[in-house]
Design a protein around this ligand. Structure first.
Ligand code: PMT
Length: 310
């Protein structure tokens, strides 16, 4: 009998640039595996569910992509190579520090006798320099691969392809599933081809449950990898219980639980053995300390332990 996730793949075509991305993933993984590196696959940002095949409207999932983008920088600091699988136009490592007009505000323009040059304002050099240096080291050293998705279906195809390439790393692979993946979708056979006409009245839309990919991830795609998932809730009273349920159901290694409202200050690591809270003080937040620094440090400590014991 085919499972629900297999049925999902059978009824959704891969994205148009799928083969190109698969080649990039394979080349990246083979290169770093030969160097016996550790690797992390970070998923980041929210997936969309289209309401029309020629999509004008879609249902979106909440996530700015900060958790994933910040974490990618900290994993690079710890010498992991990074596959950054993220929602197109969500936050990216390095550039996230200069979103909006910030970068343009840091630049000066000079024109003398027909020659135009652009420079960084002296008081911005200290801010730009360390980020630029880390960015260049990661890019020029080929240590990070950026792959984008938009829809739920893109995410499904690219996540599976990433796992197929990651398998060679065995226990050295870490999956850090921070993306906010849609829980509901509309089967392609029920999606209209063209833009829904409002003149026909409000449409009634029947959503179906999305199969969880943690099951095949753990059971067959990357059974040796260290898999970390995130759990987002808005009701504190069910947060830890939901994290523990996920751990018991999928049998992966760690669930990091966070509340929508306080996700930048506090998370709880739930493992089979215990739950450990990581929290920043107000002062740390004001000083620009990011919780992802501690999250990544703790995840890596867990990965170290796992590697030693296996
Ligand atoms: O991006 P930011 O604004 O910084 O916010 C970060 C975050 C709050 C989005 C992030 O910290 C977070 O909590 N991400 C998980 C959000 C979530 O709602 O997860 P979930 O309950 O839908 O899924 C739980 C886990 O199962 C996730 O790790 C997900 O990757 C995985 N999953 C989900 C759906 C699916 N079909 N298959 C899956 O494997």
């Amino acid at each position: 009998m085919t499972s629900r996730w297999e049925e999902f793949y059978a009824t959704h075509l891969p994205p148009s640039d799928f083969e190109d991305n698969r080649s990039l993933l394979k080349e990246f993984c083979d290169r770093h595996n030969k160097l016996a590196k550790r690797i992390v696959l970070i998923t980041s940002g929210g997936t969309t569910v289209p309401l029309e095949h020629n999509t004008v409207r879609f249902v979106d999932n909440f996530s700015a992509g900060n958790r994933g983008a910040a974490s990618a920088e900290y994993f690079l600091d710890h010498d992991y190579c990074v596959i950054f699988l993220y929602r197109q136009k969500s936050l990216e490592p390095f550039t996230r520090h200069f979103s909006g007009q910030r970068l343009l505000d840091m630049l000066d323009i000079h024109s003398t006798s027909g020659n135009t040059t652009i420079s960084v304002k002296p008081d911005s050099v200290d801010i730009l320099e360390p980020v630029l240096e880390n960015y260049k080291a990661a890019r020029e050293g080929g240590k990070i691969l950026y792959i984008t998705f938009t829809t739920l279906s893109d995410y499904f195809w690219l996540l599976r392809a990433s796992c197929e390439c990651l398998r060679v790393f065995k226990e050295r692979a870490l999956l850090y599933l921070a993306a906010a993946v849609s829980d509901f979708y509309i089967p392609p056979s029920e999606i209209p081809t063209h833009k829904i006409q409002s003149s026909l009245g409000g449409p009634s839309i029947q959503l179906q449950l999305v199969p969880k990919l943690l099951a095949p991830l753990v059971d067959s795609w990357v059974p040796h990898a260290f898999i970390v998932s995130f759990k987002l809730e808005t009701d504190e009273s069910i947060l830890i219980q939901k994290g523990r349920e996920a751990l018991n159901r999928y049998k992966h290694k760690l669930v990091i639980c966070n509340m929508l409202q306080s996700r930048r200050q506090r998370v709880v690591f739930v493992s089979l053995e215990n739950s450990i809270e990581i929290a920043l003080t107000k002062e740390q937040l004001l000083n620009g300390i990011e919780i992802e620094d501690s999250i990544v440090e703790n995840v890596i400590a867990n990965h170290d332990q796992f590697l030693t014991s296996s």
